[in-house]
Design a protein around this ligand. Structure first.
Ligand code: B12
Length: 135
């Protein structure tokens, strides 16, 4: 009996660890302007999904914390630029603020329509006003 329970615990432990290898963390962080917020969610990696798809998923499964986002399509890039998250917009022309996208603290070199999240990524959208942090 005890051996069975013990084996079950080990098995679930292994299954859990395996699952974590297919997750990534998605965070939206605004410490610049009111309403300030930091929200994180762990999302499961799905095949051939771009970052913008996971942003939609976060809004669907946790709508009180990830209420909305807005984006502008640029054929020149091509892809979507994220303008606002949870109602808070960057304004580059006014104060150099924009929603910068980081993975493990490093700025992505492509946008949400081109980046495919990988297991254990730590993606953060950080509202920044430091022009020097870009490119
Ligand atoms: C200036 C600039 C910005 C400014 C734009 C604001 C402004 N008012 O100028 C700011 C700082 C906001 C910016 C942000 C980002 N940028 Co930028 N940006 C540029 C840059 C240097 C010049 C664009 C330009 O003025 N073109 C001339 C005008 C006349 O043409 P345009 O079509 O109207 O340009 C607009 C678009 O390029 C758009 N834009 C700017 N960056 C991005 C990024 C993406 C993904 C999209 C869809 C649109 C877009 O803003 C421009 C001005 O309105 C280009 C590099 C280049 N030399 O093209 C990179 C470039 C377009 N950016 C890039 C990237 C990766 C980003 C970020 C994702 C970086 C990050 N890790 O956060 C973010 C966007 C995040 C988000 N919220 O979605 C990449 C896109 C690569 C790709 N294939 O996806 C480029 C090509 C640089 C590179 N790495 O080679 N960017």
């Amino acid at each position: 009996m005890f051996t069975k329970i013990f084996l079950c615990i080990i098995l679930f432990g292994i299954m859990d660890a395996k699952d974590n290898r297919k997750d990534f963390k998605y965070t939206v962080n605004n410490v610049l302007q009111d309403p300030r917020f930091t929200e994180s969610i762990i999302l499961k990696i799905k095949p051939r999904r771009y970052l913008i798809d996971y942003m939609e998923e976060a809004c669907r499964i946790a709508p009180t914390r990830f209420t909305n986002f807005t984006a502008t399509y640029f054929p020149s890039v091509p892809g979507y630029l994220i303008n606002a998250i949870n109602g808070v917009a960057g304004n580059y022309n006014r104060d150099h603020s924009f929603w910068q996208i980081l993975n493990k603290g490093v700025a992505l070199v492509v946008g949400v329509s081109q980046y495919i999240p990988r297991p254990r990524d730590n993606i953060m959208f950080n509202l920044t006003d430091s022009a020097t942090e870009h490119h």
